[in-house]
Write a protein that binds this ligand. Structure first.
Ligand code: SF4
Ligand code: SF4
Length: 356
């Protein structure tokens, strides 16, 4: 089971995707519970993966080290903006399996939305993490906006040679509907096609697998299926806010359906059931692969049904691109003695959401 643990509701940035810190009332600046209560709550969960989350989790690095001193999770993961890596001692970085670090692609695309100088700072931090002895999976986590050229930006991050995987999420939840969304979608699909061709070309010519998480993750779901939603929100993944409340998804802090209980008064088996993905997804031709994409987006539909369907079109097109090339991928890998199964990603739920 996966638990996102908010170490703080504060953030040291104000990216325009989310606006920075949470109000104290919604997500307090520090955990108001003691770590023992949290550990007690998790004791029925079996094998546990922990994602340190915020706000910016490293603003409360002391909580992270204290927690890691008190609990032996199967996997540790952190989602960070990458500006404060010095706050956590190297000994803890070395125990972390996956670091998801926010960067949107080229400098312009990153700094325009995250703030001036953020790109350079993140690149420095990614290098530093390796020097500190982190040898796990370093994932560049992009937010994709009108300013993104998916081919240019993913290629740029790959060419930096710092990241094991690149993952992206479309900025289509809280952002107001983009004025140029329809036109942008055409460019996005064109870029995706080129990126997939490049991915296959690299396998063909060099037997090299570029770490493009949405491709590898979708292939995994095409072959193996999986839970829905793919992030497992409210099924096998929960978030613990700083006030001890238990959420179906880490961004569902201000919606009734998202609040499932509390670490003080609940056990895993007494939590309110999270909503499940239903219509129209369950009758969608690609439900097995897409899995309803995102529980929060499904429940809130902040772009209305029309906007929801437009995002579905992007998802369905990406899955179709992959399906159409599946035999080429399989044959090419075979010629290098690589099995398709061995390149599927992620091996465990590391909090990438798979479907962009
Ligand atoms: S593509 Fe759309 S309708 Fe189909 S499963 Fe995904 S979110 Fe649901
Ligand atoms: S994909 Fe959606 S439901 Fe899942 S964790 Fe992310 S925001 Fe929450």
């Amino acid at each position: 089971m996966l638990f996102f643990i908010f170490t703080t509701g504060l953030c040291n940035l104000r990216c325009d995707y989310c606006g920075g810190s949470f109000p104290e009332k919604l997500v307090p600046a520090k955990p108001t519970y003691d770590i023992g209560s949290l550990i007690k709550f998790m004791e029925d969960a079996g094998s546990v993966s922990i994602v340190f989350y915020g706000g910016e989790p490293l603003l409360n690095a002391r909580f992270i080290s204290k927690f890691m001193d008190s609990f032996d999770a199967e996997r540790y993961i952190i989602q960070t903006n990458g500006l404060l890596v010095d706050r956590l001692e190297p000994v803890y970085w070395r125990r972390i399996d996956t670091v998801l670090i926010s960067i949107d692609g080229v400098e312009y695309a990153t700094d325009k939305h995250r703030g001036s100088g953020v790109y350079s700072a993140v690149v420095r931090s990614a290098r530093k993490l390796r020097l500190l002895g982190f040898d796990g999976d370093l994932v560049a986590r992009m937010t994709v906006t009108e300013d993104t050229d998916i081919y240019r930006d993913v290629l740029h991050l790959l060419e930096l040679g710092l990241f094991d995987h690149i993952h992206w999420q479309l900025n289509v939840v809280w952002a107001p509907p983009w004025s140029s969304f329809d036109r942008w979608c055409e460019t996005y699909l064109h870029g995706l096609r080129n990126l997939l061709d490049l991915w296959i070309y690299k396998v063909k010519m060099e037997g090299k697998i570029l770490g493009i998480a949405p491709f590898q993750g979708c292939l995994k779901r095409i072959l193996e299926g999986g839970l829905y939603p793919p992030c497992e929100a409210g099924v096998e993944a929960y978030a613990i806010s700083t006030d001890g409340s238990i959420l179906a998804c880490p961004i569902a802090v201000d919606v009734d359906w998202g609040r499932l209980g509390d670490i003080h008064s609940d056990r895993l088996d007494t939590l309110k059931a999270a909503p499940r993905i239903g219509k129209p997804c369950i009758s969608c031709i690609e439900f097995k692969v897409c899995g309803g994409r995102c529980l929060y987006a499904y429940m809130e539909k902040l772009w209305g049904m029309d906007g929801f369907r437009k995002v579905c079109d992007m998802t369905l097109s990406m899955i179709s691109l992959l399906r159409n090339r599946l035999h080429i991928v399989r044959d090419t890998l075979k010629s290098y003695g690589i099995s398709l199964n061995s390149i599927l990603y992620p091996l465990f739920n590391n909090s990438i959401e798979i479907i962009p």
